[in-house]
Design a protein around this ligand. Sequence first.
Ligand SMILES: [Fe+2]
Length: 402
Amino acid sequence: MHPVKKAYCRVFQVILHIAIPFLPYRRPQVLSSVTDIPGCLEKKRLCNVLIVTDGFLHISGMLEPLKRALAEADIRYTVYDEVTPNPTVLNVELARERYLREGCQALIGFGGGSAIDCAKAVGARIARPKKTIPQMRGILKVMRPIPYLIAIPTTAGTGSETTLATVITDDKTAHKFPVNDFPLIPRAAVLDPEMTRSLPKHMTAATGMDALTHAIEAYIGGSTTSQTRRDALEAARLISENLENAYSDGNDMTARANMLQAAFLAGEAFSKSYVGYCHAVAHSLGGKYHTPHGLANAVLLPYVLEAYGPAAERKCKDVAIAMHLAADATPAPEATKALIREIRRMNAAMGIPAKLPGIREGDIHQLAAYADKEANPLYPVPKLMDAGELEQFYYDVMEEQP
Ligand SMILES: [Fe+2]
């Protein structure tokens, strides 16, 4: 990266870091069951909600306990169930129309990161009727309170239930971009392991590795606080101790509960301390090829850590210690290698491939430009890279072309 751009990125990041104590971060109220939701809504005198979810969760009956709890409390609800795996601007607009038509007063995001992200973006559009979602790309573009929002994660990974971010894809350009602002932090999050019991194995694996990526990218970045460092390392420990158990036995409710806790903590950590190039590249792949977000992160993470090199080794060692892979006496380069080896081992043990299908060489230039636009100057990564340097990651993870 050009030295002038480097200097600009670092100054931008230092200013954001200094501002952390003055910014309106808050933790969502944690609820343990959907039966706690009516009480929350009644306290706010809210009696008509829009549930934002996907079609599979709706027809599978997963919503029934929530619907029952709302009906018993005489709270009206409408369901928008067309959220796609990478939610689009069109999803958001259709859900928003439903919200307005039905006179809703609050939002419930029910599902993985996609459903919760879509609910956040609906909230942003309600708060900002004259701004489109693409016009709110980046940071601090919402700036007005959104309707009361409750997140119910059915995966343990994205951390969307606690973050200020929503990631939306432009239907026309296939550009996947984040919108980050404080009003998007949900007011409450239901962390109920029962909601993740039926999560399929491959999604347990991918979303769990997404949470690990949040913890590592937040920890090794240059904008941490003592709280985000604590949360990130605790998340990494919980993931190393529980993810493979949740993968091999989906009914292991202790592992499921610990993974929900890990995803929440990792979400808290990256909300203040950001992610890194792994996420920026993964988002570009998700927008263009619908590559599942957690899968892309899992495959990319070892390559990104290798590319950071010595700039990340001291902090990678802390993560390795938290994951029981190194001791205080282990030299940082050895600990970093152990961490990278462990990520590859976990991926292989859970059926995650070493490469990603579908990447076309002709798209790489544009995809790297999107990743550069997302990450620079916002993400306080250990080693700065421009679009040209980021291109290498696509070559690293693309399958051999015939
Ligand atoms: Fe993520």
